[in-house]
Design a binder for this molecule. Sequence first.
Ligand code: AP5
Ligand code: MG
Length: 188
Amino acid sequence: MNIVIFGPPGAGKGTQSNFIVKKFKLHQLSTGELLRKEIRDNTELGQKISSIINSGHLVSDIVVSDIIEKYISNNIYKDRLIFDGFPRNLNQANILNKLLKKYDQKINIVLKLSVSLKTIKKRILERRLLEKRADDNEEIAIKRYETYEKNINPVIDFYKQTKLLKVVNGETSISKISDEISALIEGI
Ligand code: AP5
Ligand code: MG
């Protein structure tokens, strides 16, 4: 089983992915985490992308699709991936489809976490105190939200057409959301 989870910044993609990974024995593929690791490790790629990430824009589709192909092509992860934060635009949705076909896989369910900008700001400012992510301040959080809103509608339509899309209210408690997601996955 492969799962896509998407939603605005602070929607709970990472939080819910952690839960799904444990419960359903999958592997989390968070493009944001992997890109931040490149920055932390000060790799050539990390140096190129740090200003993009820290301004709330999207890194190029080629960079992220190269990263995800490494996982999709690896037999260890075959039919065990949860894509956290990918795809983020229509081109990435098409790339994901092509890559999965190439490696004889598919998406089984797409989870969209819906959260208001007010909640996003609150969560990101709280997390900032704990994790010290360079892109976690109010101004960049708003920019990340705008980037999301600008690109995501065609992705939503894309997954609506394939009948894979399930919309989950991301405003309730972490455990309530996990229960709802669990039921959706078990219902596949
Ligand atoms: P990414 O790392 O994906 O960041 P994001 O989309 O902004 O989302 P976050 O990680 O901030 O939030 P989340 O939804 O995971 O929420 P979390 O569970 O942490 O991407 C970062 C950047 O990388 C992008 O801006 C872009 O530049 C680049 N990038 C990444 N993917 C890319 C792609 N595909 N293409 C191009 N560029 C890409 O929760 C947030 C906080 O809220 C936590 O503290 C958590 O404990 C708390 N919380 C969670 N759920 C609840 C709840 N229900 N109630 C109360 N608190 C909660
Ligand atoms: Mg995250």
